[in-house]
Design a binder for this molecule. Structure first.
Ligand code: GLV
Ligand code: MN
Ligand code: MN
Length: 421
């Protein structure tokens, strides 16, 4: 017998168990996960995910970029599948929830529908996107960028990591350069559950964020070339100190972002001194930088401000500064109907919610450029993410998965069971 609509809910323990089960792949002693895109650990979790999907009766295909699609048939096979999912790669010292929650909650939604004997009107498709994090291969959200043709597939396959290994070679090494053409698996829409990765929901005591917008992002690679010389005998006025120049750039980025606070953030996340030594003046530094803001005009202003500042520093100091823009993503505006289905599902389940702007980047940003898409956020402890200490409660994860379940029933059609209202 089928449960009444209000009682249909995911199995919170089963969802929680899968999160901890997969955290073994690349698990760190501090309780985090190191599962870089297309690494051996990524292969392990992909194999696990493929087996779990197949066990749930789904048909799994893999495209040339390693994006995985697991389709559950619907009553009306003339309709396109509705997409749900996220990513299984992590930061170098990442947590157990970033990306993982959304992918495994999608699996849990399917398992719940299977248990209840519910066939949706449209098929469903769980997606595991390749390299969302962008920490091994830049830029982030790479598999979905290929899917929406934001970057050419050949260009993505040729991108290399710090060791010079290309995306194509890494896909071959783990056996995940699939036969399906990138973009061939069409979707009717996309909905992604994710931890907030910020402090707002927890502070307000709300379990659900309805994500309506996403920040625009600009990423830079920089290189400063000065001259290495003796730290004791080179007079200050004769130095060509690359690190001193970088310090000015770091502070300029902070000042530019602060000038637009709270609507902008700016970060230098990587800075590598070539041949470092305590008694050598740094002569060469490679660094990364980024800005994020939900406002397209502010993104332009931040970019122009940084370029002008870099020119000014390079004119004043005896160093060469190269700043390449390697990625630019306009702010995202999610689909009101998909976001509306999320808010309605939360209301139906009696879960407090609020509209949100995503601070982090997500594959759904790409989806929103070609199909109706939105996101669901749940709180994470102290707003901490991209950190091994990242944490979330079982209850909040289950609440998010239940909102995903009921929103999907509304969006894909509940097959006449009365669940999708
Ligand atoms: C990915 O997690 C990003 O927001 O950079
Ligand atoms: Mn993520
Ligand atoms: Mn992340």
């Amino acid at each position: 017998m089928r449960a009444p609509a209000s009682n249909l809910s995911v199995n919170a323990d089963r969802l929680w168990d899968t999160i901890f089960e997969t955290a073994r792949f690349g698990g760190t002693p501090r309780g985090g996960v190191r599962r870089l895109a297309l690494s051996e650990e990524d292969r392990q979790v992909r194999d696990w995910f493929r087996a779990a999907c197949e066990q749930a009766g789904l048909t799994v295909t893999v495209d040339t970029l390693g994006n995985m699609f697991a389709v559950r048939p619907g009553k009306d096979m003339s309709r396109l599948p509705f997409g749900i999912g996220s990513h299984l790669d992590t930061q170098p010292t990442g947590g157990k929830f970033d990306g993982v929650l959304g992918t495994l909650a999608a699996l849990e939604v399917v398992r719940t529908l299977n248990d209840a004997g519910i066939e949706t009107e449209a098929p469903l498709c769980i997606v595991n996107w390749t390299n969302e994090e962008g920490s091994r291969f830049a830029p982030a959200m790479m598999g979905s960028a290929g899917y929406v043709a934001d970057l050419p597939v050949a260009d993505i396959l040729a991108r290399t990591d710090a060791e010079g290994v290309s995306v194509g070679a890494a896909l071959d090494a783990i056996g995940y350069r699939g036969p399906a053409e990138v973009g061939a698996q069409k979707l009717a829409g996309f909905l992604e559950l994710h931890i907030e990765q910020g402090p707002i929901l927890e502070a307000e005591g709300r379990p659900i964020g309805v994500v309506e917008h996403g920040q625009g992002i600009i990423w830079y690679d920089g290189r400063i070339t000065g001259f290495e010389s003796h730290a004791g005998s080179t007079p200050m006025r004769l130095r060509k100190d690359a690190l001193a120049a970088l310090s000015e750039i770091v502070l300029a980025i902070e000042a530019l972002a602060l000038a637009h606070a709270p609507n902008a953030v700016g970060t230098v996340g990587e800075a590598v001194i070539a041949r470092p030594s305590r008694n050598v003046i740094p002569g060469e530094i490679a660094f990364s930088a980024e800005f994020r803001t939900p406002d397209a005009g502010i993104l332009d202003a931040l970019d122009a401000g940084l370029q002008a500042k870099v020119q000014e520093i390079a004119a004043r100091r005896p160093v060469e500064i190269r700043l390449d823009t390697i990625w630019r993503k306009a702010p995202t505006h999610f689909d009101p109907a998909v976001a509306g289905a999320v808010a309605q599902a939360a209301d139906k389940l009696g879960l407090k919610h609020r509209p949100m702007v995503s601070g982090a980047g997500h594959d759904s940003f790409h989806m929103a450029t070609v199909m109706p898409a939105a996101m669901i956020f749940v709180p994470c402890k102290d707003g901490v993410s991209h950190n091994e200490l990242e944490d979330a409660t079982k209850a909040d994860c289950a609440a998010g998965a239940n909102v995903l379940l009921h929103a999907v029933l509304a969006l894909a059609g509940d097959g006449g069971n009365g669940f999708g209202q």
